[in-house]
Design a protein around this ligand. Structure first.
Ligand code: EPU
Length: 421
């Protein structure tokens, strides 16, 4: 096992290239199951999670080619299976994204129930209710979801109690091959959904309402393969913005989309960072002290829950109090105990964390508990005095491409090393 060691307190300077978005790549890869033929996906990040979903597809007979730094080409012509096993699903909840496309194309699918995870219970009832609305019979057997249809899915109205990102994606994919129109109400509006809508449109399915909470899908009998680029990763972008906020210095993030980060950019202005936004770049600099501000996580375009932990790390070294309210997941404060080990003063009150900024964090040994919690420890470690040692970094590798290399290139004293046995 490996760990990350950071000697904090060095300002960051230079350019960072942002990779493709993990949470866009996963549904777009799943969408290749909808129809045979070679799909071409550009800007796919090489991450543990993208490799996991490819392993899942490969186990069903999908062929793929991925040259280093080249596009990912996928062909599901020789699909031999329709099952996503517990072994793979337990390592990545987003595996549930294969359910909609498989059942739409093959008429039946078997996908392991994902179970809980570090950030909460995370049920999939909206996915299942939505598919049932389109005519699927759903049964739960031995920890698996068995979904079946007689003939072809048929369009219907699907309403989400809460906008669900992967729920919306699953229904979009299933509805693209359904007979007739499907209306998705209270759909999630995250930019990754726009990327999937664009792919399904290129595949030949008409979809109205892109970027809104009501999507109308005009299902078709057959789709064709598509060629499309994955959008830049807004969570990776936000994480590096906060890394510069914590460590100080001046960095230009390239190949990103500032329009995908409205809430974070607004908050970072209020915190006192200098931010200059270009079409596909963001220049960020810290020239003065940090002022603590409050956030509440919300579905897009609100403040993303996937940046809450990193923002908390930043607030732990700012001036004054910050109240951080987590609205999306019930247990997304696992990083608090670890940030406290670095000297942060954080008090949890139900779904809120009250952060009192301290003058200085101090390096310590900490443990990553989930992907974004790990990123918050990196942000904190870059500012902390002395060495911060982060164990269990496999979480980070699920979602950040070349994090150590990217940060080292802009001057951070960060390295990976073998965990002593
Ligand atoms: N929910 C239900 N029932 C469902 C589905 C969702 O009650 O059937 C609830 C959830 O428990 C949560 C809320 O609805 O309280 C929203 O969850 P959502 O379904 O939107 O989350 P998700 O689709 O499982 C995606 C991202 C997460 C990100 C959330 C919220 C992917 C692959 N995952 O998860 O990303 O936190 O949306 O924005 O897109 C990450 O990248 O670190 C990550 C966890």
């Amino acid at each position: 096992m490996e760990r990350i060691v950071i000697e904090g307190g060095r300002g960051l300077r230079g350019d960072i290239q942002i990779s493709g978005a993990k949470n866009a790549a996963l549904p777009l890869i799943a969408a290749t199951l909808l129809t045979p033929g070679w799909h071409t996906l550009h800007n796919v990040p090489n991450l543990r999670d993208t490799r996991t979903i490819m392993a899942l597809l490969e186990a069903m007979g999908v062929r793929w080619e991925w040259a280093p730094d080249g596009p990912l080409r996928i062909n599901s012509e020789h699909l031999v299976g329709n099952e996503a096993s517990y072994d793979l699903v337990k390592t990545m909840r987003a595996s549930i994204l294969v359910l909609g496309p498989l059942v739409a194309r093959l008429g039946c699918a078997r996908v392991s129930l994902p179970g809980g995870c570090a950030i909460g219970a995370r049920p999939i009832d909206f996915h299942l209710r939505g598919l049932a609305r389109l005519g699927c019979t759903i049964a739960l057997n031995d920890g698996y979801v068995d979904a079946k249809i007689d003939g072809r899915l048929r369009g219907g109205t699907v309403y989400f109690d809460i906008p669900s990102v992967t729920g919306t994606e699953n229904i979009l994919m299933a509805a693209s091959l359904a007979k007739g129109d499907t209306v998705i109400k209270n759909a999630a509006r995250e930019p990754e959904i726009g990327n999937l809508v664009d792919m399904l449109t290129l595949m030949g399915c008409g979809i109205e309402g892109r970027g809104t909470d009501t999507l109308v899908v005009h299902g078709v009998r057959e789709l064709r393969p598509a060629e499309i680029a994955i959008i830049p990763d807004r969570i990776e972008t936000g994480t590096y913005l906060m890394a510069v906020g914590a460590a100080g210095g001046e960095v230009v993030l390239r190949n990103c989309n500032p329009k995908h980060l409205p809430a974070l950019l607004e908050k970072l202005h209020a915190v006192g960072l200098d931010i200059e936004v270009g079409e596909t770049s963001i220049r960020v600099a810290r020239r003065g002290p940090l002022r603590n501000v409050d956030i509440t996580t919300m579905p897009f375009p609100g403040f993303p829950t996937d940046l809450q932990a990193q923002f908390m790390a930043l607030m732990s070294m700012g001036n004054g109090l910050a109240v951080i309210h987590e609205n999306i997941f019930e247990n997304r404060f696992m990083h608090v105990a670890e940030l406290r080990r670095l000297g942060a003063e954080i008090h949890i009150d139900g779904h809120s964390a009250i952060v009192t900024g301290v003058e200085r964090l101090r390096g310590a040994q900490v443990m990553a508990t989930d992907l974004r919690a790990s990123a918050s420890l990196v942000v904190a470690g870059l500012a902390a005095e002395g060495s911060t040692i982060i164990s269990r970094i496999y979480h980070l590798e699920r979602g950040y491409a070349n994090l150590v290399e990217k940060l080292a290139k802009v001057g951070a004293a960060i390295r990976k090393e073998k965990e002593p046995s």
